[in-house]
Ligand binder design. Structure first.
Ligand code: PLP
Length: 406
């Protein structure tokens, strides 16, 4: 797995240290990982795993991409950080590149952030200022992040309850065009939605609903915010998932794959939406940091140069075909697009399957009780992907087939 120069103290018990010193919000980590390359990951016992989750849809070029490592080192050696009193070439180059790939014809503008939830905060602040005291419509089963604004438009009661009251005047509706029409009025300031709801179980939202959301927001002077944190930067085979539809939103939010493993997010606006925030309205110390911006720019350049949008697009049909050929009786449905794939099981055993997969040397996750999520690197080799799917098929049978014998 290449040269590894960072000092490894094998005597240091990482999991014990985590238990002792880290906050408890994530629970006990399933593994302590020491290094990784491409789609392979190694834990502290030297055990190898194939990673089909890639930091939950983050490492779109796989682990330890040498070109990203190089740009991070070079940028750190020349200019790692400046305040937002100043600007830098990577910051502006990245904004320009994002403005080009987003496909907004009118006045595309970018704000760089440090994470997905922070991008959503930026979008919500624009929506609230654009129409003060307006309602915001979000969808049932949505996930937009864990900071208080993003949490306010996240539907899951378990995540919301301990922190209520959250931002008021948020209405959750099912993604049904008639329901949206009923909910709409002139005092709606924005609709926020994911084109494919990732955390909900890789559930695509109906194109008719998205079209209705566009029409109604336009009619009532509200903004349409598409949260592309999980689906963006080629994850579904296009730069942004909304580009599979024939609408154009007012704002998109991005993060995850944008940095290929380096923390960064972005809010991208079009038209006059980009004029809503004025000096003093919003800020971030690290957002637009040249180290993050140079890395993200490199990610976009590599995706473009290596034709990875089309490679990402091919992962879903490949996975579907391989899994269908296995005729696993415990697989009910295979959903998704590109490199975001949900495998719905016939029972609520996804967490047990994910745990067993880890034992079998495979990293996947249970994004809801019955769905396994795959978010592989766009450039994963088909031999590696095929062998990972064989492990997954076997794991599902091990967990669900009471008569299973190896
Ligand atoms: N929005 C969507 C659609 C997401 O899937 C996520 C994270 O999973 C977020 C926002 C929050 O992003 P982050 O975890 O970077 O804050």
């Amino acid at each position: 797995m290449g040269n590894y120069s960072i000092d490894e103290d094998y005597e240091f018990d990482v999991l014990k240290g985590y238990d002792e010193y880290y906050l408890k919000n994530f629970g006990t980590p399933k593994l302590a990982i020491t290094r990784a390359k491409g789609s392979k990951v190694i834990d502290f016992d030297g055990k190898e795993y194939i990673d089909l989750l890639q930091g939950i849809a983050v490492n779109c070029l796989g682990h330890s991409n040498p070109e990203l490592a190089q740009i991070i080192a070079a940028q750190a050696n020349s200019l790692a950080h400046v305040s937002n009193f100043f600007t830098t070439k990577p910051q502006v180059q990245l904004a320009k590149k994002l403005a080009q790939i987003v496909g907004f014809e009118h006045n595309p503008r970018v704000l760089l952030t440090n994470s997905g939830t922070e991008a959503v905060e930026g979008a919500l602040k624009i929506a609230k200022k654009h129409k003060p005291h307006g309602r915001i419509i979000a969808l049932d089963h949505s996930f937009h992040g864990r900071t208080l604004g993003a949490l306010s438009v996240t539907s899951k009661e378990k995540y919301r309850k301990p922190f209520s009251p959250l931002i008021p005047d948020i209405e959750f509706i099912e993604p049904n065009a008639n329901r949206l029409r009923d909910a709409f009025s002139d005092n709606v300031s924005a609709v926020i939605l994911e084109v494919i709801q990732g955390e909900a179980g890789v559930v695509p939202i109906d194109a008719d609903f998205i079209k209705a959301a566009r029409k109604l927001t336009q009619k009532h002077g509200a903004l349409l915010i598409i949260d592309e944190v999980q689906t963006g930067i080629g994850r579904t085979g296009k730069w942004f998932a909304y580009q599979h539809t024939d609408i154009v939103p007012d704002i998109i939010t991005s993060a995850k794959s944008l940095g290929g493993g380096f923390p960064i997010g972005a809010v991208i606006t079009t038209g006059t939406t980009g004029d809503v925030l004025v000096p003093g309205d919003h800020g971030t110390t690290f957002g637009g940091n040249p180290l993050a911006a140079a890395t993200a720019l490199k990610v976009l350049q590599i995706i473009e140069r290596d034709n990875l949008l089309s490679q990402s697009a091919q992962n879903f049909p490949f996975v579907k075909e391989i899994l269908e050929n296995h005729q696993n009786p415990y697989v009910k449905e295979i959903r998704g697009q590109g490199s975001l794939i949900g495998i719905e099981l016939t029972s609520q055993s996804a967490a047990q399957v994910a745990d067993k997969a880890l034992e079998n040397g495979l990293i996947v996750n249970a994004c809801n009780p019955s769905t396994i999520r795959l978010a592989p690197a766009y450039n994963i080799g088909i031999i590696e992907l095929r062998s990972a799917l064989i492990v997954l098929d076997r794991t599902i049978r091990q967990v669900l087939d009471l008569n299973y014998e190896d």
